[in-house]
Each structure stands twice: as structure tokens, then as C-alpha cells.
Design a protein around this ligand. Structure first.
Ligand SMILES: [Zn+2]
Length: 266
């Protein structure tokens, strides 16, 4: 397992720690201040009771971490008599130990465990957003609640500032939008425009968007098709003899080079 993958467990533990004081106080305070976050919610004032999803998400994380550590310990004891001390004082230590012990586990086990913690991380970040007064919005990728991410809420788009990113940017925290290293995907304003994915464009339209000529845009479409992208022509418009093919912009946005050309995140 690489360090990049370990990150999911550590990140989930950090967010759980951030949320912990809210449980201790038993009350929630919404900042509602727009941008940014309060760095230390040590003394949230009493405005409303702490939510059940928050309590159960933290409990579930802690339970899952302890359970995984117990399993790794049992496996190692059986394999070679090693008996690591899994009685950890806090989540950070637990996350580090689990990452370390997973290093010896078979790949399918590692993947299953990491997926669990990617899910925990997404759920906890979304709770953090709610606590900070920023309810999540729907990601244009239209994530569905299905295996292995079925318990991640449908709305996964939150202000980047909540994760230390730039103000005025939105990021999607769903694992499907996440980069390999756990970085959430920045969603550009163009992607948030409703219906953009269903818009039909000609090669000339695409050229305007990309800042290139129509033949160059057409060549990019051909190259993407040659590389295996399915880019069906939806219809043709214009006078007979010079009718133009149109493609669905959403299909074209699946092509990495076209996304980059439009200044969108990979
Ligand atoms: Zn997304």
C-alpha cells in the first residue's frame, strides 16, 4: 500500500477529531458566516441539539477503526505470532497503526478497507459542512447512492474553503470525483450551469469554446474517438449540403484533453 492510499484513513480521522467537540458539548452552533470555517470549535454555544447523524457517524467511524485493528491483530497473531498493541489512545494513532498493519494485507482486503474509510471521510466532511452552516449541493456528475458509496448523501458539493481551499470555489467530496491522492475535485462554474451537459454543440461551437479552429476541434473529436471515447453524433443542423453534426457537450466533457482545453479540472 502506498502512502497516498493511507491518506484516506488519516484524513477521515482528522475530520472526526474536528467534529468531536460538538458531540462533547451536545449542542451545535451554526456559524452561518459565509466563507471559511472556525478553526477551533472548543466552545460551541447552545443553539440546537447535536444531530443524530453526527453522533452515529462518529460512533461508526470509531467502531470501524477498532474493528479493523482487531481483525489485523488477529490475522497477524495467527500468521506469525505477532501481537501488535491495538489499544490506541486516539484516532490519529489508530489511523496510523491501521495504515501500517494494512501494509501486510492482501490487495482485495486493503481495497475494501480503504473504500470503507473513503466513505467515512466523505460522510464526515459533509457533516462538517453542515455544522459550519454550508449544506452541500448536488454535484454535476450526478452521483448515485449505490455500492460501495450507497451511504454517502446525494449532495456532495461544498465550498473549497471548508477544506482549506480557495474561497469562491466549490469542490465535490464524493470518492468518484476524488483524485488518487484524496484531493476533492474542483467544480468549475461552467459545469454548474444547468443543462450544460445536455447542450448540443457543433465542431465550430466546440472550436469557439476551446479557442481553436473548426477543423482543429473536429480533429480533437476524431482523436478522442480513435482513443476509444464514444462520441455519438446526436443530430445534424443547417442547410442540406453544409449540414453540421452536433455532439452532446457532456460526452465531449468526458474527454480529458477537451476538459483541459476548457480549463476544467481533470
Ligand atoms: Zn462529484
Amino acid at each position: 500500500m502506498t502512502g497516498e492510499e493511507n491518506r484516506f484513513i488519516r484524513q477521515a480521522a482528522q475530520i472526526a477529531d474536528w467534529l468531536e467537540p460538538y458531540i462533547k458539548n451536545g449542542r451545535l452552533k451554526h456559524s452561518g458566516s459565509g466563507e471559511g470555517e472556525r478553526s477551533s470549535p472548543n466552545a460551541p454555544s447552545s443553539t440546537e441539539p447535536v444531530s443524530i447523524p453526527l453522533i452515529s457517524a462518529l460512533e461508526e467511524f470509531d467502531h470501524n477503526l477498532a474493528q479493523e485493528l482487531g481483525i489485523r491483530k488477529a490475522v497477524l497473531e495467527q500468521l506469525d505470532g505477532r501481537s501488535p498493541n491495538t489499544n490506541v489512545p486516539d484516532r490519529t494513532t489508530g489511523a496510523a497503526l491501521l495504515s501500517q498493519l494494512l501494509g501486510d494485507a492482501p490487495q482485495p482486503v486493503v481495497e475494501h478497507t480503504l473504500n470503507d474509510f473513503r466513505r467515512h471521510k466523505a460522510v464526515l466532511i459533509l457533516l462538517k459542512a453542515t455544522v459550519a452552516g454550508h449544506p452541500a449541493r448536488r454535484c454535476p456528475a450526478g452521483h448515485r447512492q449505490q455500492e460501495p458509496w450507497e451511504r454517502i448523501p446525494a449532495n456532495t458539493l461544498i465550498p473549497a474553503s471548508l477544506l482549506g481551499g480557495r474561497a469562491n470555489q466549490l469542490v465535490c467530496v464524493h470518492p468518484e470525483c476524488e483524485a488518487e491522492d484524496g484531493t476533492p475535485r474542483v467544480i468549475s462554474p461552467i459545469e454548474l450551469m444547468t443543462g450544460i451537459h445536455d447542450r448540443l454543440v457543433t465542431a465550430a461551437d466546440l472550436g469557439v469554446l476551446l479557442g481553436c479552429s473548426e477543423p482543429a476541434a473536429r480533429a480533437r473529436i476524431r482523436r478522442a474517438e480513435a482513443a476509444g471515447h464514444r462520441l455519438p453524433v446526436i443530430d445534424t443542423v443547417g442547410p442540406a449540403g453544409s449540414a453540421k453534426n452536433r455532439w452532446r457537450l457532456g460526452d465531449l466533457l468526458n474527454v480529458a484533453s477537451i476538459r483541459r482545453g476548457l480549463g476544467l479540472a481533470p
